[in-house]
Write a protein that binds this ligand. Structure first.
Ligand code: FAM
Length: 437
């Protein structure tokens, strides 16, 4: 058994009595009430999901296993010669809550390498799709195509389902998926945008570095990939991609079905696709100016024009956060500390939007949070390094988001979380409850 799996096993055993006790002795304890507004309004703020992998404080932002983003980056073992940690070590942290040693991290690196070959039939599926399919549709199709390899599904079909040990099958599927998502994403990228030319993996590289290599990027971009995947990994359980993955897995669907579904949710413009929208918006705006540096007034006008046409300002607002997203801040710092990027015109514009948009949104008076989220800042870094195909950006998000979603559904199985099935009411019932029937 690998160190990661052994540690996880111990953690699961330690944790199980806590969940059992809560279910047996405290099941009737109230966590809140549900209002008519919440029932109609996307269950916003309804406290009915449980995860220990990350927690999102509205003012502070995300903590992974109790650690802020800077603390996480500082604590994890770094790739030699790099300022950023191994994604594999972060996976260890998300699953177990422990910061791994370099040796433990390298075990995961090796394990993922063994699992990372993309099967030929997945390539066939990708090639069979019309080349103008959205990269997220391709990514989702590739993931669900691999369902035939699910250890969980095959053991279930063979009558070997055991509530206490089935997390191990989920763990197998989750690791295989994690190992392959980067190479699959790279294949899609090269097939669609780089003349269908492909780059073989380098056996020396870690997951993040390998992705950079396989899309044909520079050495510098290796750290961008590592940073991106970690920053986009998890945002507790209620966001659309994490919740969808959890919901689908709750029917005992395997990791392939569940994460393919999560990817489909991530592809919505109010969720992961917002990073594509941000770049489209800023590029269109810059084009209209014909390369001129925008004035604050011109920018304000453009933001108002977007709002007045009934569209949202992409990259701004959040369902939970009420402050600037620390994932935004982390990427902003990356830009400020990278010579070349710091003075890059597109970054200057993104910075200017940060100065202007919160005021405009506040004056507009609708958004509860006028501050930027992760997506407001992520595209500009990609653009700078030459990844200018912005419809692809959500695939990058999807590779990273898998870390959180798959760690969560492994724990869902370990703790035996039930099939999700909230109750519906009719409109007449709401009217009656509100006394307006
Ligand atoms: N621009 C214009 N209007 C906005 C807005 C924005 N950026 N953010 C919120 N609003 C509006 C919202 O559409 C709603 O209007 P209606 O009452 O007319 O329906 C009103 O303000 C209240 O919404 P809220 O309670 O503040 O936000 P929600 O919790 O309903 O929605 C978001 C949250 C993220 C969907 C919303 O802020 C939004 O559409 N933002 C732009 C898209 C975006 O950046 N999404 C990415 C979010 C990101 F973190 C991620 O998932 N990757």
């Amino acid at each position: 058994m690998s160190t990661l799996k052994e540690t996880l096993f111990k953690k699961i055993q330690e944790h199980r009595p806590r969940t059992t006790k809560l279910v047996k002795e405290c099941a009737d304890v109230k966590l809140g009430d549900v209002t008519v507004g919440q029932a109609i309004g996307g269950a916003r703020g309804v406290r009915c999901l449980v995860t220990d992998i990350s927690y999102l404080d509205p003012m502070e932002g995300i903590r992974f296993r109790g650690m802020t983003i800077p603390e996480t980056f500082a604590a994890l073992p770094k790739v030699p010669g790099s300022e950023y940690p191994y994604v594999e070590g972060f996976w260890y942290l998300l699953l177990t809550g422990d910061v791994p040693t370099m040796e433990q991290t390298l075990e995961v690196v090796e394990d993922w390498k063994q699992r990372s070959a993309v099967p030929e039939y997945v390539i066939d599926v990708l090639r069979a799709l019309p080349r103008d399919s959205h990269p997220m549709a391709m990514f989702s199709a590739a993931i669900v195509a691999m369902q035939r390899e699910s250890v969980f599904a095959s053991n279930y079909a063979a009558g070997k389902f055991n509530k206490m040990t089935c997390w191990e099958d989920m763990y197998e599927d989750a690791n295989t998926l994690m190992a392959r998502l980067g190479p699959i994403g790279a294949y899609i990228y090269r097939m669609k945008y780089k003349g269908d030319t492909h780059i073989a993996p380098d056996p020396e590289l870690d997951m993040g570095g390998q992705f950079a290599h396989m899309i044909g990027q520079s050495d510098e971009y290796k750290d961008v990939a590592r940073m991106y995947f970690i920053l986009h990994s998890d945002h507790e359980s209620g966001n659309v991609s994490a919740h969808t993955t959890h919901l689908v897995a709750s029917a005992l669907s395997d990791a392939y079905y569940a994460y393919s579904a999560g990817i489909n949710g991530l592809a919505g413009p109010l969720h992961g696709l917002a990073n594509e929208e941000v770049l489209r918006w800023t590029q269109n705006f810059m084009q209209k100016l014909g390369g001129e540096v925008p004035t604050e007034e011109g920018l304000k006008e453009a933001l108002w024009a977007t709002l007045n046409s009934g569209q949202v300002i992409p990259g701004y607002g959040h369902a939970v956060l009420r402050k600037t997203d620390p994932r935004y801040t982390s990427q902003r710092e990356f830009c400020m500390n990278t010579p070349g990027l710091k003075d890059y015109p597109l970054f200057q514009l993104v910075k200017m939007i940060f100065e202007v948009a919160p005021g405009v949104l506040t004056e507009h008076g609708k958004a509860k949070n006028p501050w930027p989220n992760v997506d407001a800042q992520s595209g500009v870094i990609q653009w700078y390094y030459g990844v200018t195909e912005y419809e692809y950006y959500t695939v990058l998000f999807g590779i990273g988001r898998a870390l959180g979603c798959l760690a969560n559904i492994t724990w869902d199985r370990a703790l035996g979380y039930g099939i999700e099935r909230p109750k519906s009411l009719t409109t007449a019932m709401l009217e009656e409850a509100a006394g307006i029937a």
